[in-house]
Design a protein around this ligand. Structure first.
Ligand SMILES: Cc1cc2nc3c(=O)[nH]c(=O)nc-3n(C[C@H](O)[C@H](O)[C@H](O)COP(=O)(O)O)c2cc1C
Length: 192
């Protein structure tokens, strides 16, 4: 009788273990559709896009990567009303390429690369061009996302398609005020 009780206890422990392992596997598949390896890159001057990037990383199981400029932007640099400010000067010469802190990022492990940024003058900051041109993104799915004071992502997406016609650029998302459900629907629409 004692042996029978021990066997029943052991079997129920084994069953619990098997069920918890299979539900963990199910979770990660749900988080990340077909299990593509995801890198969530972002440039954020004042922290808003960083928060958006963290939400995407959480929902996709992706790894975060901060696109850091060699020289951080100060408040004075970000004064869009001042035609002599750094951001104004950089953005009014679209061939300008601000230097990155890390000139190259190892992306060999990743098939999906999200790239997030704030809207500056109704498009992406030129450091995003520096980042795209410095790295080998061929064959990967590039997914833009943006935060803004109200402008949308459409013009930035169009400029990215025009500047990098050989890259596979998926539909982007303006992350202002979006719910987790909206982020999930966007991600699953892309087929990640
Ligand atoms: C230099 C500069 C230019 C901006 N231009 C725009 C713009 O054209 N349209 C807009 O909606 N928001 C604009 N914004 C607001 C930012 O896009 C918004 O605050 C964004 O969420 C900031 O993201 P961050 O905190 O990750 O840097 C601008 C902000 C700065 C600093």
């Amino acid at each position: 009788m004692k042996h029978l009780t021990l066997i029943i206890v052991a079997l129920s422990m084994l069953a619990t273990l098997v069920i918890s392992c299979s539900s963990k596997k199910q979770d990660s598949v749900e988080q990340n559709g077909n299990n593509s390896k995801v890198l969530v890159c972002y440039f954020s001057a004042t922290g808003t896009t960083e928060k958006a990037a963290k939400r995407i990383a959480e929902l996709t199981g992706g790894k975060l990567h901060n696109i850091e400029p060699a020289e951080l932007y100060t408040d004075a640099d970000l004064d869009w009303r001042d035609s002599l400010s750094r951001s104004y000067v950089e953005m009014h010469n679209r061939t300008f390429r601000p230097a990155l802190k890390d000139s190259v990022t190892d992306m060999s492990d990743y098939s999906v690369v999200f790239i997030g940024y704030p809207n500056w003058w109704n498009t992406h900051p030129t450091i995003i061009n520096t980042f795209i041109e410095a790295n080998d993104l061929k064959g990967k799915t590039i997914v833009p996302f943006m935060t803004s004071g109200g402008s949308n992502i459409i013009n930035s997406e169009q400029e990215l398609h025009e500047a990098y016609p050989t890259l596979n650029i998926a539909k982007g998302l303006l992350m202002n005020g979006v719910s987790d459900a909206e982020i999930k629907a966007w991600i699953s629409g892309i087929g990640i």
